[in-house]
Design a protein. Structure first.
Length: 287
């Protein structure tokens, strides 16, 4: 595997592959990515608001003055709320899945409060570039190849997981996974589809012949072994939770101590699986 941990201490950027970097200390532990070709640069995820987006774009300009295209890996605030700032500063194309754009349009206003810690203007909808700005270039069905000049980047969706709109970004030997892979913290289950997530992680791991560096949405880059370990851990957690549900426990939170996650995300997993089970029952019961 490539040396993922070689860091130039004088640079804001960390090289993870040929012509491919992640921005250090971006906030929320998030990994904005950058791929630079000979004709265009691609920014992967835009941050939690105009302040973070400005820092990302300023850092990009330290490495290149080429035109910039952006991509959102999914519709959560810390990955998309910088869209309006980039669009106002020359970024004409922002890519995402169709569902990502739809979900941001539907839930963006509700997500504002989540940005309050780092982006108070975004949370309050005050100041410039705080509009909710869904992507304008959409991935639906087939993968999309973006030719940046000398390097091609592939945008593709392998299935639901952390959300119903997760987009993967492959550049050379590097795969940006968004929050489908999480390093240094438990996966976020609030909007997830856990059973699908396990299958999607399996599909990601099966790509190890193409990619040997996997960049999580948050945390350090990892190898395929980490992806596989996350898969097995999640499979165990889902199995334990479903057993508790099948036994119709009055208090399903009793399963939390035996789940392989901390209390917060164990509870989120329990709630999410129960919500999805109720939704499935309602769908089957509706004539």
């Amino acid at each position: 595997m490539s040396d993922m941990h070689e860091v130039d201490p004088d640079s804001r950027w960390r090289s993870v592959g040929p012509q491919t970097w992640i921005l250090r200390d971006a906030g929320y532990g998030m990994n904005p990515g950058l791929v630079i070709g000979t004709e265009r640069a691609l920014v992967i995820d835009t941050g939690a608001g105009p302040g973070q987006a400005a820092r990302i774009l300023d850092a990009v300009r330290e490495l290149t003055d080429l035109p910039v295209t952006a991509v959102n890996t999914h519709s959560h605030f810390d990955h998309v709320f910088g869209n309006a700032y980039l669009a106002a500063h020359g970024v004409e194309d922002i890519w995402a899945t169709v569902r990502c754009a739809e979900d941001l349009a539907q839930t963006g206003e509700q997500q504002r409060g989540l940005a309050a810690e780092l982006e108070p203007d975004m949370a309050d909808d005050t100041g410039p570039h705080t509009a909710i700005h869904p992507a304008n270039r959409l991935v639906e069905g087939s993968p999309v190849d973006l030719d940046l000049g000398g390097i091609s980047v592939t945008l593709f969706h392998l299935g639901r997981g952390h959300t119903d709109n997760d987009l993967l970004v492959g550049a050379g030997n590097v795969l940006f996974t968004g929050d489908l892979v999480e390093e240094g913290a438990d996966p976020g289950f609030e909007d997830s589809y856990p059973a699908d997530w396990i299958r999607t992680l399996g599909k990601i791991a099966a790509l190890e012949d193409l990619y040997d560096v996997f960049v999580p949405g948050h945390g350090d880059p990892v190898g395929v072994e980490f992806v596989t370990a996350q898969l097995y851990k999640m499979r165990t957690a889902v199995r334990v939770t479903k057993v508790a549900m099948d036994e119709a426990s009055v208090d399903m939170t009793k399963a939390i101590p035996i789940l392989p996650y901390g209390p917060e995300q164990s509870r989120a997993l329990l709630i999410r699986l129960r919500t999805l089970a109720h939704w499935k029952w309602h769908q089957s019961a509706t004539p």
